[in-house]
Design a protein around this ligand. Structure first.
Ligand code: SIN
Length: 522
């Protein structure tokens, strides 16, 4: 029986592999160490209806409302309804979420939620989930993990996926056969200069799937997290929204609480698009370099216990959060769009699945509700595996080495393109957008992408260059999608175009766009 190939070792890839491995063998490829995933950095937790004062309907309402009128109601209902069972499975696998002395899960609160419904493990929830899933994957006899193996492109035969072209750590290009492929490579935050995402978040899955012909959608909806640590050298370290959920609040440097101007009801726990916009407006108004997140009133003992990672990282950067406020600014955090899938994680390309941030399952619409993404990954990993086990058992070639990148000279120009691209994306495609600026950016991005493609053709296709090529393609998809949406909705705020309300439901625009799709390796 031919194997499945899963690309990515975050919650989506690991959970899908575990479900599917009950029925067929799985090869899991990851470009770095398996533990190095976006999941590993998730602080907040998993939003799920397991609290006594909560209901599925309330979680559905919050998700729909935050999604700016274009979240897919079926996807929302599916994730919210099936979520509790998937979270209980994690607990059975050994996840050490926080329980109170009566044996009840302790729920955190985050922006856009009308109830406390975020299960968590201090501020290391992602790390805990990654730990237990990796542990289970490593023990599973049907799963092989290959670290430092980079997926370059899909191999297609007669319109369906037949395998993956892989760059191994020695520089060999190998064609690996598969009867189905799941792209779960996480996000694309590295398109931007300022991002909470780790270095691996280079949009590989979206780019690989798009090049193979998959439809992408909603790429314009980049979520900027309102509170990244604003300290030189802190790499936009994430200060979890859970901090505001526990009573932290925002002020200007001069001490003004400003959220009441922007959302008098939800205040500091308004959805992320509202808070990030509010901060950006305040920064423009005051000319200040950052706003302040006030938390010291929560007490030293509580802060150290509930937010140990935030506490120690801030300390490392000279901020004693139990004594002084945290300087914060918004930073790119999450891509709500991606490869369009159905409710079984199937993309528009036969044999190609996608789960998690790489995918657009329809849950988020124009803005993701906080901590819904880990839940989404769990639900679609399960549903995807149900469908994947029925895929035909084809094998059209044997694995073989088809190239060696060491035969070409290394390329030293990657940084020039990368810095320029990151800069224009952060400057021009942020919280506020402008149609003329977007048009100029699209033009420059096409030139950058062509330049990168010439480097790929002429020089050694080292991983960094292939990643940059993926970043450039994602950037172009984001900007072209933004140009198509001539309104302001959710995370996409276009100057001069009116903000729509929830009363205009609209539909998700699909991007059957004209960005070329050349495979990287010819
Ligand atoms: C956070 O902890 O604020 C981030 C969680 C998320 O992105 O949902």
């Amino acid at each position: 029986m031919n194997r499945a190939i899963v690309v990515g070792s975050g919650i989506s890839g690991l959970r899908f592999s575990l479900f599917l491995a009950e029925h067929r063998s799985v090869l899991l490829l990851t470009k770095k160490e398996a533990v190095e995933s976006n999941t590993n950095y998730a602080q907040g937790g998993v939003a799920v209806v397991l609290g006594e004062d909560d209901s599925l309907d309330l979680h559905i309402q919050d998700t729909m409302k935050t999604g700016g009128g274009i979240a897919d109601p079926e996807a929302v209902r599916t994730v919210v309804t099936e979520g509790p069972a998937r979270v209980k499975e994690l607990i059975e696998l050994g996840a050490q979420f926080e329980f109170d002395s009566n044996g009840k899960l302790v729920m955190g609160r985050e922006g856009g939620h009308c109830r406390k419904r975020v299960v968590h493990c201090a501020d290391k929830t992602g790390r805990e989930i990654e730990r237990i899933l990796l542990n289970a994957v490593e023990k599973h006899p049907n799963i092989t993990v290959m670290q430092y193996h980079f997926a370059v492109d899909l191999i297609m035969r007669e319109g369906r996926v037949a395998g993956v072209l892989v760059l191994d750590p020695e520089g060999k290009l190998i064609r690996m056969s598969a009867n189905l492929v799941c792209l779960s490579t996480g996000g694309l935050g590295r398109v931007f200069r300022y991002t909470t995402n780790p270095e691996i978040a280079t949009g590989d899955g979206v780019a690989i799937g798009y090049r193979a012909g998959a439809v992408v959608r909603d790429m314009e909806f980049i979520q900027f997290h309102p509170t990244a640590l604003a300290r030189p050298g802190a790499s936009s370290f994430l200060i979890s929204e859970a901090v505001r959920g526990e009573g932290g609040y925002l002020t200007t440097i001069s001490g003004e609480r400003f959220m009441k101007k922007y959302d008098p009801e939800m205040l500091d726990l308004a959805p992320r698009d509202v808070v990030a916009r509010a901060i950006s407006i305040e920064l423009k108004r005051t000319g200040d370099p950052h706003v302040l997140l006030n938390v010291s009133q929560l007490g030293s003992e509580f802060l150290r216990r509930r937010f140990p990672t935030i506490y120690s990282t801030c300390l490392l950067h000279g901020v004693e959060i139990d004594k002084e406020p945290i300087p914060v600014v918004p930073a790119a955090h999450y891509s709500c769009g991606g490869l369009k899938t159905d409710l079984f994680a199937r993309t528009t390309v036969p044999g190609l699945y996608s789960i998690g941030e790489t995918a657009s399952h329809g849950l988020h619409g124009a803005n993701r509700l906080a901590s819904n993404s880990l839940l989404e990954a769990l639900v679609f990993a399960y549903r995807g595996a149900q469908s994947a086990r029925e895929e035909p058992d084809i094998k059209v070639f044997e694995d073989e080495v088809v190239g060696d990148i060491n035969s070409k000279p290394p390329c030293g120009m990657t940084d020039l393109y990368s810095e320029r691209l990151n800069l224009i994306m952060s400057q021009n495609v942020g919280v506020f957008r402008n149609i003329d600026v977007l048009q100029k950016t699209a033009f420059e991005l096409t030139a950058i992408r062509n330049g990168i493609q010439r480097l790929v053709d002429a020089f050694s296709s080292r991983r960094e260059l292939l990643e940059l090529s993926n970043i450039a393609l994602c950037a172009e998809l984001i900007v072209r999608s933004a140009l198509k949406r001539k309104e302001s909705r959710g995370l996409h705020f276009l100057e001069g175009y009116p903000q729509v309300g929830l009363e205009f439901p609209g539909t998700n625009t699909e991007l059957i766009n004209k960005v070329p799709r050349p495979m990287i390796w010819k």
